[in-house]
Design a protein around this ligand. Sequence first.
Ligand code: SF4
Length: 88
Amino acid sequence: MLGGSASSKRRLMADKNAKQPENVPGPWYVDTTCSLCRVCLDEAPNLMKYNDDQTYVYFFKQPETPEETAAAQRALDVCPTLSIGNDG
Ligand code: SF4
């Protein structure tokens, strides 16, 4: 059986219905579960930054080059709370 019961539902990916509003429009986003561990900022400092209150991070720029896309993917991969998504 696939999936398991609702009571054991695990978070497997970021929630595109809970994007931080500051994310610049496009496929990459941070959702509202960001715990501000900041490891993603080390991977994608040219794409992501803190909000003004420093309570979460968001994409201020969408990746435009293969290098930037790779950086965004690394940020997604290292995020411990699965708060970074790509619905493109
Ligand atoms: S890695 Fe994830 S939880 Fe940590 S600051 Fe970035 S988006 Fe937030």
